[in-house]
Design a protein around this ligand. Structure first.
Ligand code: SF4
Ligand code: SF4
Length: 634
């Protein structure tokens, strides 16, 4: 193996398959990044605008060329508008996902699907209560329909604020009211962002950015939170379980199907279909020992959290999993699916099957998903995959590693349950200093950062220093593959965190789910703040997205900061063309929402920033704290 592949990823499975890609001249995301370099400097700085046909316009960052677009917009306005549109795109993606799940809940309530049912009735009742629905004497179907109807209202314009804001600490709600950023209808905030950023509407960069925060809050406390809560109601609230990760989860003698994307609706029926005796028998007739389902990205996380389905990998693995030659079908729903998977699949026998009419892929087989016929469609897709087994070329099969054990399933309910039903033990451990604080290490992979290096390095440094880490999305897969998500990984933690983990039998890094499940982290942070009678920004908490790429990640970062949690980004956002916007987001926001962003590509340095922040928050709460200035890289 050449060092070149080690420069691209820290994961052994990726390094080994990348070598095959190199030998066989199969193009990957890394090749395409290289081909794009140098990337456009104006776009990288956020200084290009094509919002109208008088443009496109560019602002010269060196001050020698144009400083205004044709309409007169300056760097601040152009950068702020671009950022706001990015946030609206991310918030829309999450929220549209939430609405799809919500419609499935409605179909369950209306009795027009047999593919789904209410799995967590207790949660259905609890959430229905939050929406002011009387639960007395009502069966699950009636409640499902009523709750779905009420939640749909949160997408519209008829409410002054989102219902889940009742979970937010009072001080934070007052702050949002004062700033006029209380999120109203989800669709409303997103539409308003597009309106404001049209030429000639909002031409004050601060005003644009405040609304961008409001839009992100409609994602975090709205669309994404609805996606998480309704998924729990329909598919079950996760509880701790054992699973596995990396390309070693593929089985050489079974029909392998990868479930990729974000929406658990289709993948849930695929799980049901894969255990159908008729399809199992068909697999045997084809010479396979059975049907093996594996996950990718957040559809995978949804399945792993609830059913323990193993994860083949995260974002940058999606092309490589096909190159194992052992994948009969890649089933995709939406979000984070590179169109290139269709091209890679042409070099192997893998069928790429798209399923949502809003997410078609040229060259893929499209089977239109309808939740009313979910299980029927699931069987059709699994059958197609099974029948493709005979097309596998045995000599091309290369499953490069053995799987790594990991735990998943740490919903808020599971964490509070593990603590004995109350956040008190966690608060006590933080007060005593055995746990210094907690950090959420979340988000994507990006080929600009060595694959998984940002996630794993940052997480290691934090747990070594007694900071409990919670993970979601592709970060969960990275840390799982690195062996940090089993109880034994407590050995890698500092003394205090190790003792707590050993006492509870949990890993020092807790898998809280998919990208929309970052809302679980909001709920936990709000519960801690409410328990202590304070606001979220006073707590020793931090967020990090060391390898982010997605517009959704920008929305997540914005709602996390607007909720009061300091967040460190590992990839520079496209805002550095406006020093005013940078100064506001990286400093000024502290005086506005009590939290801000930092950008630090080196995870060793990012760990220092987070440790310093956590110690300063401890000091603010009057807890024993280290001198933040004395914290240096180890
Ligand atoms: S909105 Fe203004 S800056 Fe943007 S393309 Fe049109 S004229 Fe140029
Ligand atoms: S973490 Fe990022 S790359 Fe991974 S599934 Fe979520 S949005 Fe996509």
């Amino acid at each position: 193996m050449t060092d070149h592949y080690k420069d691209l990823s820290i994961a052994q499975d990726a390094q080994k398959i990348l070598r095959i890609a190199g030998e066989e001249n199969i193009e990957t995301v890394w090749d395409r990044l290289h081909a794009q370099e140098p990337q456009c400097g104006y776009c990288a700085l956020g200084l290009s605008c094509r919002n109208c046909a008088m443009g496109p316009c560019r602002i010269d960052p060196f001050g020698e060329g144009p400083q205004k677009g044709v309409c007169g917009a300056d760097a601040d306005v152009i950068v702020a508008r671009n950022l706001a549109r990015t946030i609206a795109a991310g918030a829309s993606a999450h929220s549209d996902h939430g609405r799809d799940i919500l419609e499935a809940l409605y179909h369950v309530g209306a009795g027009d699907t047999n593919s789904y049912q209410v799995n967590d009735e207790e949660k259905l009742k609890r959430v229905a209560g939050e929406f002011g629905i009387s639960v007395d004497g009502k069966d699950a179907k009636t409640l499902a329909k009523e709750l779905a109807w009420e939640m749909m209202e949160d997408f519209g314009t008829r409410k002054e604020s989102l219902t889940f804001l009742d979970r937010v600490p009072p001080a934070r709600r007052e702050l949002w009211e004062k700033l006029h950023i209380t999120p109203r209808g989800i669709d409303r905030e997103n539409v308003e962002t597009l309106h404001r950023t049209h030429m000639g509407v909002d031409n004050d960069y601060i005003n644009i950015l405040l609304h961008a925060l409001r839009t992100s809050l409609s994602d975090g406390w709205g669309g994404s939170m609805i996606a998480t809560e309704v998924s729990d109601i329909l598919f079950g609230t996760p509880s701790p379980l054992s699973s596995k990760a990396n390309l070693g989860v593929l089985k050489p003698d079974m029909v392998n199907i990868a479930l990729h994307g974000h929406n658990p609706m289709l993948s849930d029926v695929i799980v049901q279909a894969a255990s159908d005796p008729t399809l199992q028998k068909l697999a045997e007739e084809q010479g396979a020992k059975g049907i093996n389902l594996v996950g990718l990205c957040c559809t995978g996380n949804e399945l792993q959290m609830r059913r323990g389905i193993p994860m083949a990998g995260n974002h940058l693995i999606q092309e490589l999993v096909i190159m194992t030659g052992a994948l009969e079908a890649m089933l995709v729903d939406y979000q984070c699916i590179m169109p290139s998977v269709v091209e890679v699949a042409k070099c192997f026998h893998t069928k790429v099957i798209s399923t949502f009419d809003k997410a078609k892929f040229t060259g893929a087989t499209h089977i239109s998903f309808d939740p009313k016929r979910g299980i029927e469609i699931g069987r059709e897709i699994v059958k197609m995959a099974v029948e493709n087994y005979s097309n596998r070329i045995p000599d091309r099969v290369n499953i490069p590693v053995s799987p790594t054990e990991m735990m998943a399933g740490f919903s808020v309910e599971a964490i509070v349950g593990a603590l004995g039903g109350s956040p008190a033990p966690l608060v006590d451990a933080i007060k005593a200093g055995s746990i210094r604080g907690a950090a959420a290490v979340v988000g994507c992979n990006n080929p600009k950062i060595k694959h998984d290096y940002g996630h794993v390095t940052l997480t290691r440094r934090l747990i070594e220093n007694d900071i409990l880490v919670v993970v979601t999305g592709c970060s969960a897969v990275a840390n799982g593959k690195a062996g940090l998500m089993v109880p034994g990984a407590a050995e890698l933690a500092g003394k205090g965190l190790k003792e707590v983990c050993n006492a509870l039998g949990i890993p020092p890094v807790l898998h809280m789910g998919s990208c929309v499940d970052n809302t679980r982290i909001l709920v936990l942070a709000a519960a801690l703040a409410n328990f202590l009678g304070t606001d979220i920004d006073k707590l020793p908490l931090a967020g990090a997205a060391p390898e982010w790429y997605s517009e959704k990640a920008v929305s997540i970062g914005a709602y996390v900061v607007a909720s009061g949690i300091y967040t460190v980004l590992g990839v520079q956002p496209n805002i550095f063309g406006s020093p005013n916007v940078v100064n506001l987001l990286a400093g000024g926001l502290n005086d506005v929402v009590g939290a801000s962003f930092a950008v630090e590509p080196d995870p060793e340095k990012a760990a220092v920033l987070i440790r310093r922040h956590i110690e300063s928050k401890r000091k603010g709460l009057g807890l024993p704290a280290l001198d933040p200035d004395k914290i240096q890289m180890s």
